[in-house]
Design a protein around this ligand. Structure first.
Ligand code: DGJ
Length: 542
């Protein structure tokens, strides 16, 4: 049975749709097998996205040109900021010109929008708070570090801050409900941007200190007890190291130190964001998520943006902010595969709202959908691509667009794999049913001239199982050979390979790939720089 996520909001969704008589529900999340799907107009939707650079969406006359470029790159979704400072330039006076302009440009170019609420926090800081908030720091207090240094970070412990942000966010969501309920161009909302405390692992305002010395909340302790078996390992270790206590203040439960300060701070960021998201969903219940600046390079809490929606804090965020549907990584550091695995965990679906703009993203997108049932993928500052026609992502998004109906039908059912190869990892073996697939980097072919592995580009593919002996390989720069698991002398051969395209849910053969193109029946291959979808049928002989 499919289940709508965020059960508390079903009523609101149903309420919306019944008043519109026969019109599709507004976008919502549903479980399908192991995956969580975004449904748009009641159909599963893979976000082939890109995020705009921070200031691009404020140049309204340029939006049309920018969005036309995104359409040319085969995007179906643009992630674009909703700037609090522009929306509420004077306290209580709202101006949605920038929002309407983005929606208009998106509709013109057949794009969906994920709005990024640049509210109290953007990359830890509060630079998008309107001037009337920033300048009145007595009314809207700042966070301070352990040494008492005030930061341009709105304190998470002060009601005035929360109320001001919440009020603006609710007006924003009301505006979307009023103007976009029918066409549903806006499909999701990111609440705040890369929340995280800097310089200290937690705030040191008197209010924050008071809460830090208070009892840890019973709601959190109940959750930890109930979910002990599935807690993120770091949290479990820390709790266990202090004897799995269920009562006491934060340090008596989690120990002295930066890690405990970070847990405490995450809890309070969570409560703040929960109230904002919940209030927004009450007026227009779109799916809502958070994005995280990752804690990499061995930095300690306070050195990286701490206490944000980080993978090791998943449990804390979940219980503090249930109105947030999932947490997402912004990937600017090495370790792509590892970050994905850290976020696609315990029912948290994978959505990559930001990844550094680079050509390898074309392959990485295929990997994310193939290996992790991703909901979407979105390189940052996507409008900076110089030549959309030649850009690799344009080609992999073209393939993903074609494959979307198939992928969404089988999502969560364990029928896909993602394969990434480079000069170091030249080969990967995938097992699927009775068959093994050896994916090799195209440059490994004996007749390929470039032997300088350090210069090999990232290549790879998505592998999709259609039936027992039929598979699809879509990608670039791979050679695939086939074997079986029987070990009884049976040989697996290629019955046929076709280059195909998917159109209107149907597979259309374009070319029979045989002879030189499959090395006389020995392998399937897609050269580096070429992007295509191939269907292979296998057979066995003795
Ligand atoms: C991550 C942030 O979320 C983006 O808004 C942007 O600042 C990029 N980092 C880096 O430019």
């Amino acid at each position: 049975m499919k289940r709508i996520i965020a059960l508390g909001y079903i009523i609101a969704i149903v309420g919306c749709s019944s008043s519109l008589q026969g019109q599709a529900h507004i976008p919502y999340l549903v479980k399908q097998g192991a995956a969580t799907q975004l449904r748009v107009a009641d159909k599963p939707f893979l976000m082939l996205g890109g995020e705009l650079g921070n200031s691009t969406a404020s140049a309204l006359p340029e939006l049309d040109t920018v969005f036309a470029k995104l359409q040319q790159m085969n995007l179906n979704t643009v992630l674009t900021p909703a700037y609090w400072e522009l929306i509420e330039p004077e306290e209580g006076k709202f101006d949605f010109t920038s929002i309407d302009a983005a929606i208009h440009a998106a509709r013109t170019h057949n794009l969906k929008i994920v709005f990024l609420w640049f509210g109290s926090w953007k990359n830890s800081m509060s630079c998008y708070a309107p001037a009337w908030v920033k300048e009145n720091y007595k009314k809207y207090p700042r966070a301070v570090t352990e040494s008492g240094k005030p930061l341009e970070i709105m304190s998470a412990f002060h009601r005035n801050n929360l109320e001001a942000d919440k009020h603006a966010f609710v007006q924003f969501m009301k505006h979307l409900a009023a103007t976009d309920n029918e066409q549903q161009t806006v499909i999701m909302v990111q609440v705040e941007n890369e929340i995280g405390m800097l310089d200290s692992a937690r705030e040191y305002t008197p209010e924050a200190n008071k809460w830090f010395n208070a009892e840890a909340p019973g709601q959190l302790m109940d959750y930890l007890l109930k979910n002990k078996k599935s807690l993120r390992p770091q949290l479990l270790r820390q709790w266990g190291a202090n004897g799995f206590k269920t009562q006491g203040n934060w340090t008596s439960i989690f120990g002295e130190g930066l890690e405990t300060e970070e847990i405490f701070m995450a809890w309070h960021y969570g409560l703040y964001v929960q109230e904002i998201a919940q209030s927004g969903k009450q007026v227009y219940p779109l799916p809502m998520y958070l994005n995280a600046a990752l804690n990499s390079r061995g930095r300690k809490a306070g050195q990286y943006p701490s206490a944000g929606p980080l993978a090791h804090l998943l449990d804390i965020w979940r219980v503090a902010a249930p109105a947030i549907d999932f947490l997402s990584p912004d990937i600017y550091d090495p370790g792509f595969e590892d970050w994905l695995a850290q976020y696609h965990v315990n029912g948290n679906p994978l959505f990559i709202p930001e990844i550094q703009l680079q050509e390898a993203n074309a392959i990485r997108a295929l990997y994310a959908f193939g290996a992790h049932d991703a909901m979407g993928f979105s390189p940052f500052s996507i409008e900076d691509v110089a030549d959309p026609e030649k850009y690799p992502l344009t080609h992999s998004y073209r393939m993903l667009q074609q494959l979307s109906p198939l992928l969404t039908e089988i999502q969560g059912k364990g029928k896909t794999n993602g394969i990434l190869l480079n000069g170091e990892t030249k080969e990967k073996v995938i097992s699927r049913g009775n068959y093994t697939f050896t994916f090799t980097h195209y440059s490994s072919l004996p007749w390929e001239k470039n032997k300088d592995t350090a210069s090999w580009s990232e290549t790879g593919a998505i592998l999709i199982q259609l039936s027992e002996k039929e598979f699809i390989v879509a990608g670039s720069g791979v050679v695939v050979t086939f074997d079986n698991i029987w070990k009884d002398g049976t040989v697996t051969g290629i019955s046929s390979i076709d280059e195909i395209e998917w159109k209107d849910g149907k597979m259309i053969p374009l070319r029979r790939l045989n002879g030189d193109q499959d090395h006389q029946g020995r392998h399937l291959r897609i050269p580096v720089g070429e992007w295509n979808i191939q269907q292979v049928k296998l057979y066995d002989y003795k």
